[in-house]
Design a protein around this ligand. Structure first.
Ligand code: BGC
Length: 725
């Protein structure tokens, strides 16, 4: 074994001590080389790409004389990206969008896909993966919803946490982002997300808190937006008080690219790194920060802390001892299959009248309609877009939107042909509506692939399908009652046409093997088991903010001329009652609620028992597959606190998902379940106590087929008052 040449190379020492030893040897130049850096892409007029840089989101130089490796950073949650094809020939697995992961309600799938991302990142030479999107979906039209898991803090926190832990188990640092309240993309660099402290703690902050507890990420990235008047990247309340203080986060906080806005304020608020510094008007964490230190405006200890946090994390996760190098093992074939399995677990069968699906055997003629259904499936746009070889990449053509429109090379048409046996499969792109309608008349089955594209910096406008697709669906369905619609969307949409169509599948963006996954559901190779991670509204009018900000009146991206002023977005309208909770509170009936999803088999839950030991509530029972096909069910446990003895109190709350589990069952099989409710989901944030507080009294615990299901088994449990640790 090679002799350690520096004391910190002794892996017997703890990461904190190793970091301190290195830090003591570093020059100020070396330290500052880690505090601010440009995007690592060759952009005219921007700093040249260092020779060692692979081409990705960022490159931070190593300190070879101290045995510290360079750190290369890649995007994102859905796989390792290759922006603008900078690394020619570099192939990667495109996972389904995070909403599909949310729909799987499956911690194990989060682990498996996280491990896949970690392995591929490491194999390509990346030490940091900018993954871990943990924002709650607050706006149905939100442009980055596809990078987020759900509208629910428990589901989001648990799945992001599992994914991040798995990425890091591969020896790659993961972020959790975008801390916090990045609810919309329109004007994202100018939107000031407003929310009361208690509501924030019970919603978006809770999602982050759970994700950070479970995932122990090495880094956290604040969003572009402001939160309660401060840019997220310079919010001392968020970064120093809550994240690093209360939650004890010991990793580093990196800004989003071009989202640092000051030197002193940001540094003192706890920001550790200015990322994408070439998008900012000033090199805030370069020369200006050095000056601030020498003038005593920022203490030297803050600089050392910024570096120590990075070193500590790199030691903790094994990056210094085993630096990732390009050319490592990547098993694309196995990983692509994993991406398909992940999609298969998360596709949601919204509707299946008359058991139209799975498609009957022996069909003679199948008609596939959809703009790109012959070549691929949609991907969300922006920094997270993975482009496996063969992807179609088109400029968006939308003013001030830099993201390209990407289609993953998984042709639904070819996949349907492969699964459809001897059937004759025809294709029309649907642009000629009359031709599509005419062709639909005598088909045995029509499958329409509807597309709705969103991207970083681009919300959808309204909640419907664009480009006349709603009318196309209605007319085709009128011509043929055996019509299935497969929705490829970046989030919840309104589906006013659904009553006229017998079968609907929500595929969101299903990833690099999405076509095969959808075909599996259509033909019954796969029994659908996804459940909605976001509520589908009947219309935009049902939402907390039906008015959308006009994108022409604001600026959504860094490094672009600013139009208009900073504007406020009030999240106090719904507060912590995000998504399905809003619908319950306002007594609105959505098109399809959170948790909704059909299967080709049926399940039953029996023997509900709820017990409590102080704030620890345990739910037990038995789930049974009562049908004749293998399938997976999601046990969804909702808790609520209603007016006690008829008198309402601020401690009451509408239904909240308090535990969940995904369970595979063979036909006729039963399994016992035991679920432990997350106590913070039973509590309210007490601003004065600075803690979650459980009010004494009766709580309703309900097993729901979805969030608004009132017919499932219900029980009541009495809890004693408690302040949660
Ligand atoms: C995105 C981040 C991403 C970064 C680096 C930004 O535009 O908001 O999520 O990690 O770019 O590519």
């Amino acid at each position: 074994m090679a002799q350690a040449i520096h004391p910190w190379q002794d892996s017997q020492l703890g990461p904190d001590e190793r970091a301190r030893l290195v830090l003591a040897e570093m020059t100020e130049d070396e330290k500052f080389s880690w505090l601010s850096g440009p995007i690592a892409l060759p952009i005219p007029g921007h700093p040249p790409l260092p020779e060692e840089a692979l081409g990705s989101a960022a490159f931070f130089p190593g300190v070879p004389r101290l045995g510290i490796p360079a750190v290369q950073q890649a995007d994102a949650s859905l796989g390792v990206t290759n922006p603008f094809g900078i690394r020619p020939g570099d192939d990667a697995t495109a996972l389904p969008s995070s909403l599909v992961l949310g729909a799987s309600f499956d911690v194990e799938t989060a682990r498996e896909t996280g491990a896949l991302v970690g392995r591929q990142a490491r194999g390509k030479g990346f030490a940091v993966q900018l993954a871990g999107g943990a924002n709650l979906v607050r706006e149905a039209a939100g442009g980055r919803n596809f990078e987020y898991v759900s509208e629910d803090p428990l589901l989001t926190g648990r799945l992001v946490g599992a994914s991040v832990a798995a990425i890091q188990a591969e020896g790659v640092v993961s972020t959790v982002k975008h801390f916090t309240l990045n609810g919309q993309e329109t004007g994202r660099v100018m939107a000031d997300s407003r929310i009361e402290e208690a509501a924030h703690r019970e919603s978006d902050l809770l999602a982050f808190q759970l994700a950070i507890e479970d995932g122990q990420p090495g880094s956290v990235m604040p969003g572009y937006n402001l939160v309660n008047g401060d840019y997220a990247s310079e919010s001392a309340h968020l970064i120093t008080d809550i994240l690093k203080g209360e939650w004890g986060f010991d990793g580093w906080v990196m800004s989003d690219w071009g989202a640092t806005h000051s030197t002193e304020k940001a540094a003192l608020a706890g920001l550790d790194v200015q990322s994408g510094a070439d998008f900012d008007p000033e090199p805030y964490f370069g020369e200006p920060l050095r000056a601030a230190v020498s003038e005593g405006r920022v203490p030297q200890e803050r600089i050392d802390d910024m570096v120590h946090r990075q070193l500590h994390t790199l030691f903790r996760l094994g990056v210094v001892d085993h630096p990732p190098v390009p050319g490592g093992p990547v098993d694309l074939k196995a990983d692509n299959l994993m991406a398909q399995r992940a999609a298969e677990r998360g596709l949601v069968l919204l509707k299946n009248d008359g058991d139209l699906l799975p498609a009957a055997q022996g069909l003679y003629r199948i008609l596939v309609i959809g703009r790109h259904a012959d070549v691929g499936v949609l991907s969300g746009g922006g920094s997270s877009a993975v482009t496996p070889l063969g992807s179609i990449v088109e400029p968006s053509g939308i003013d001030r939107v830099w993201a390209d429109r990407v289609f993953h090379p998984s042709s639904p048409l070819r996949a349907i042909e492969a699964d459809a046996g001897a059937a004759h499969v025809e294709f029309l792109n649907g642009i000629d509506e009359a031709a599509a309608v005419a062709a639909a008349y005598d088909a045995d089955l029509v499958v329409i692939f509807a597309e709705e594209w969103r991207a970083e910096g681009l919300d959808s406008q309204g909640t419907g399908l664009p480009d006349g697709q709603e009318q196309l669906i209605e007319r085709v369905a009128a011509a043929n009652p055996r019509t299935v619609v497969v929705i490829e969307s970046g989030g919840a949409i309104s589906v006013p046409w659904a009553s006229k169509v017998p079968a609907v599948i929500a595929a969101f963006y299903p990833g690099g093997r999405g076509g095969q996954a959808v075909a599996g559901v259509l033909f019954g190779r796969v029994n659908p088991s996804g459940h909605l991670p976001v509520t589908f509204p009947k219309s935009i009018d049902q939402l907390p903010r039906p008015e959308q900000h006009d994108p022409a009146t604001t600026t959504s991206n860094p490094n672009m001329e600013r139009i208009g002023d900073i504007f406020e977005v009030s999240y106090d309208i719904e507060g912590s009652d995000v998504g399905y909770r809003w619908f319950e509170r306002e007594q609105l009936t959505p098109a399809y609620p959170f948790g909704w999803g059909l299967s080709y088999t049926t399940f039953a839950f029996s023997g509900l028992d709820v017990t409590a030991d102080r704030s620890h509530v345990v739910v037990t029972g038995t789930v049974t597959n009562t049908g004749d096909r293998a399938g997976a069910t999601i046990v969804q446990v909702y808790a609520s606190r209603r007016a006690q003895g008829g008198s309402a109190s601020p401690d009451d709350f509408v239904s909240r998902l308090a535990a969940f589990a995904r369970i595979d069952l063979k036909p006729g099989e039963s399994k016992p379940v035991e679920l432990h409710l997350e106590p913070r989901l039973l509590a309210r944030w007490d601003v004065d106590a600075g803690a979650f507080r459980l009010a004494g009294g009766d709580y309703e615990v309900r097993i729901g087929a979805h969030a608004l299901d009132e017919d499932g088994p219900t029980s009541t449990v009495r809890l004693q008052p408690a302040v949660l640790p």
